[in-house]
Design a protein around this ligand. Structure first.
Ligand code: NAD
Length: 483
């Protein structure tokens, strides 16, 4: 029998879970310094102290051999697998976003498929004048800003890559996910100590704010900034005057044409769109379906855990999930996603418009016009608008417009090579997934490494250890050739 929760009941259950996890203070707010009474390692009141600790971590890592560094990374992977479910539960309880089973899978993916030191490769050039060696060197201490949507996943994935490259790391995590993010910082430090590394390898702060971010931007020890988040924060790091990697927002469109395996496409799209309640930035956000297969596609989606709402219901839901926000500087009023709705279960969102469904519903679908706010906004919740199109020209034109030039991720279900090629060329995204759920693009059921920092704006793409390095050249004149 399905249980219909009211918002008050959900709040009560969350409060009980928070209390049982032992990460909340007496006042019920999240305590980012301890977990079940155990003090977290590497968490500082002052950002300057956190940077000093990360600098000491960097010096310790530099003194270690590659083999020793890889041992530390192996220990991070092991603990990440072991504590994947605990971090997933903590993340959902703290942020009230996402799904425990999917967050667990994301942590295991990070442990299994984030590249380590093998990603760092030297290049050699030999010729008449001798030998030139180019090596990928660490920057030093990296300042990393992480999101609320994949909090511990991003801290762990970035830590593995940045440490593999030989860097120290200091985090300024999202305040709404601070307990979960700092748990991951502590995990890295516990793993490091257990494998002969420094006790504090990476660091974070108790209360991250825009001010602590500014300290990070300006501190001379921070040589590289890596920002994973929305457009505002990416702009801020790119204006910092330091070398920065920006991993920003997307609004991934999906095209389904009439050569696709339509039933598989329907299931794949719902699987991808509903994964962790649509929090991943790569997840399917709007569909453009050829008119002649749209009914079958919708039928397949309905058999795969989707629930269809009417135009009127979609408009009512749009008024709830998108709220007006006034820019205090310019006075311009803009629609933004309601933080109360991001990453929530489909049944919780449906309840807001008076529709009662059970846990079997994973995703809300609706037919809309191209101009509908569900198509135009990156919702990050399991709501999927479907727009019928007449042909490939219209599909590509609208899908490219809906992606808003983020050049982040796009998807297509088709067996027509020309259609696939045309869309890929037109949309110019960092990730383009063909005939699979979106998460195949980050190595989950697809080939290739994983990352939770996809740097489109600054061009590193799917970041890995080598993205966090600087090239250094050493020239040996007239010697060292063996031919
Ligand atoms: P957000 O933009 O609200 O916050 C991200 C981080 O930036 C947080 O730590 C926040 O405290 C900080 N921040 C925000 N404004 C800042 C400023 N002016 N100066 C310094 N720090 C600032 O992001 P979120 O809601 O947690 O995550 C969702 C967004 O991030 C979506 O747009 C999503 O697409 C994007 N995202 C992108 C990637 C990627 O790899 N490209 C990965 C995850 C999330």
């Amino acid at each position: 029998m399905a249980i219909n929760w009211t918002d008050a009941q959900i709040e009560e259950v969350v409060a009980t879970v928070i209390k049982s996890l032992g990460a909340a203070s007496e006042t019920g707010s999240w305590d980012a310094t301890q977990y079940h009474g155990r003090k977290l390692i590497g968490i500082f009141e002052d950002m300057n102290d956190a940077i000093d600790a990360a600098t000491a971590g960097y010096k310790a890592i530099r003194a270690m051999s590659l083999e020793e560094r890889e041992k530390v990374i192996g220990a991070i992977r092991d603990l990440c697998r072991k504590e994947a479910a605990a971090m997933a539960e903590l993340g959902v309880a703290e942020t009230k976003m996402g799904r425990v089973e999917h967050k667990t899978a994301k942590h295991i993916l990070v442990a299994d498929k984030t590249p380590g030191t093998a990603d760092i490769v030297a290049q050699v050039k030999t010729g008449d004048y001798g030998l030139t060696l180019t090596e990928m060197a660490p920057f030093g201490v990296v300042g990393s800003i992480t999101p609320s949507t994949n909090p511990s996943e991003t801290v762990l994935c970035n830590s593995i890559g940045m440490v593999a490259a030989g860097n120290g790391v200091v985090f300024n995590p999202h305040p709404n996910a601070i307990a979960t993010s700092n748990y991951a910082v502590d995990l890295v430090n516990r793993a490091s100590a257990s494998a002969g590394g420094p006790k504090v390898l990476v660091a974070s702060v108790v209360k991250p704010t825009l001010d602590t971010a500014q300290i990070m931007y300006q501190h001379p020890a921070i040589r590289l900034l890596v920002c994973t988040g929305g457009p505002g924060v990416v702009k801020s790091v790119l204006s910092s005057g330091k070398k920065a990697i920006g991993a920003g927002a997307g609004n991934p469109p999906v095209i389904v044409d009439d050569t696709a395996d339509v039933r598989k496409a329907g299931k794949d799209i719902i699987d991808g769109c509903s994964f962790d309640n649509n929090l991943p930035c790569i997840a399917e956000k709007e569909v453009f379906a050829f008119r002649n297969i749209a009914d079958e596609l919708i039928d397949s989606m309905l058999h795969s855990g989707a629930y269809m709402i009417t135009h009127e219901q979609a408009d009512a839901l749009a008024k709830i999930v998108l709220v007006e926000s006034k820019n205090p500087k310019t006075g311009i009023v803009k629609k933004i996603v309601s933080r109360e709705c991001v990453g929530r279960d489909a049944k919780v969102l449906l309840a807001k418009i008076g529709v009662t469904v059970g846990d079997e519903v994973r995703c809300i679908i609706c037919e809309t016009e191209f101009e509908h706010p569900f198509v135009q906004n990156e919702l990050m919740m399991p709501i999927l608008p479907i727009v019928r199109v007449n042909d490939i020209d219209e599909a590509i034109d609208l899908a490219v417009k809906a992606e808003h030039g983020c050049r982040h991720t796009a998807h297509m279900h088709s067996k027509n090579i020309d259609h696939l090629t045309r869309f890929a060329r037109a949309v110019e995204t960092t990730i383009f997934v063909k005939n699979a759920p979106s998460y195949a693009g980050i190595g989950f059921g697809g080939e290739g490494h994983t990352t939770f920092t996809i740097a489109g704006p600054t061009g590193e793409g799917l970041t890995s250890a080598r993205s966090f390095t600087r090239y250094r050249r050493c020239v040996m004149s007239d010697s060292f050739r063996i031919i």
